[in-house]
Design a protein around this ligand. Structure first.
Ligand SMILES: Nc1ncnc2c1ncn2[C@@H]1O[C@H](COP(=O)(O)OP(=O)(O)OP(=O)(O)O)[C@@H](O)[C@H]1O
Ligand SMILES: [Mg+2]
Length: 266
């Protein structure tokens, strides 16, 4: 318990010292008279933190991410990235979806290079970086494989490398490992933590899985449906790096119970 209290104090100091890269105030999205996808969400995300977004299907998680990415407009409220109002996609914000969206006819490295190509000419340095990123996500020896020659987990690794190739350091991950089996997913989560800690990225991570949300995050934003609201932000005080054994501890399961209670109470 003493260790938990100590890291709790440290997490509080760390969070206070870091500027917010993302700030939303009363963010609301109304698709029609009757469909309010998100209502009055107020939140802030400190630089370098990992924030999970958990809530039932249809509570507005993907909608919130799409607004942060500048892909769809808000109905009302304010949303700022690094102090600037979000009006369009930005180069420092990148998004990844549940299913890998790779081009079948391009090799892994060619898929990773796609954002660079779309932005202009691809240099030798870009190519070198793409290969380094494939190594970072654990795909050495598969740089020249086509998507059909890769498993689902490996394809998502390529998607992650492609996202990192854009240079974005605010990563919006919408159930990126949702289509993978539990074993692969657990491994991918641990890898993801290692990678984002290594590059100091800020992450907003959507999942349906409460334990996963807590294991990964510094903070869990708990959402409730119809209309989607942000019910509570729960702090996760465990120090990093985290080992998977954490999920069997009493402290961890107290937080699981708290989040479950918030979700169940609505
Ligand atoms: N383009 C759209 N047009 C109309 N309604 C939409 C649109 N996109 C989402 N919605 C509605 O907004 C609400 C929130 O949807 P959203 O996709 O954000 O939920 P979610 O929390 O991501 O759900 P899931 O966990 O199933 O992915 C739902 O009621 C959905 O039907
Ligand atoms: Mg969604």
């Amino acid at each position: 318990m003493a260790a938990v209290l100590k890291s709790e104090a440290r997490a509080a100091v760390d969070a206070a010292a870091r500027p917010n890269v993302l700030e939303g105030e009363r963010v609301t999205k109304r698709f029609s008279e009757t469909v309010v996808a998100l209502e009055d969400a107020t939140f802030s995300v400190p630089e370098g933190s990992f924030v999970s977004l958990v809530g039932p299907s249809g509570c507005g998680k993907s909608t919130l991410l799409r607004m942060v990415a500048g892909l769809i407009p808000m109905t009302s409220g304010t949303l700022a990235v690094r102090g600037e109002e979000v009006k369009a996609p930005r180069t420092d914000v990148g998004m990844m979806f549940q299913k890998a969206t790779l081009l079948d006819w391009r090799t892994a490295v060619e898929n990773v290079l796609l954002p660079t190509e779309l932005a202009g000419r691809t240099t030798d340095a870009d190519r070198k970086r793409a290969i380094e990123l494939l190594h970072l996500v654990g795909l050495e020896d598969f740089e020249f494989a086509f998507p059909r020659q890769l498993s689902g987990g490996m394809q998502q690794r390529v998607s992650l490398a492609r996202l990192l190739q854009t240079g974005a350091d605010i990563l919006l991950l919408d159930e990126p490992f949702g289509a993978l089996d539990e074993f692969t997913r657990e491994r991918m989560n641990i890898e993801l933590l290692r990678i984002v800690d290594g590059i100091g990225a800020t992450v907003l991570f959507v999942t349906h899985n409460i334990a996963e949300a807590i294991f990964l995050a510094d903070q869990v934003m708990v959402m409730t449906p119809r209309p989607g609201r942000l019910a509570k932000v729960v702090d996760v005080p465990f120090a990093r790096p985290r080992e998977i054994d954490l999920i069997t501890t009493a402290e961890f399961n107290e937080i699981v119970a708290e989040v479950r209670g918030i979700l169940g109470g609505h």
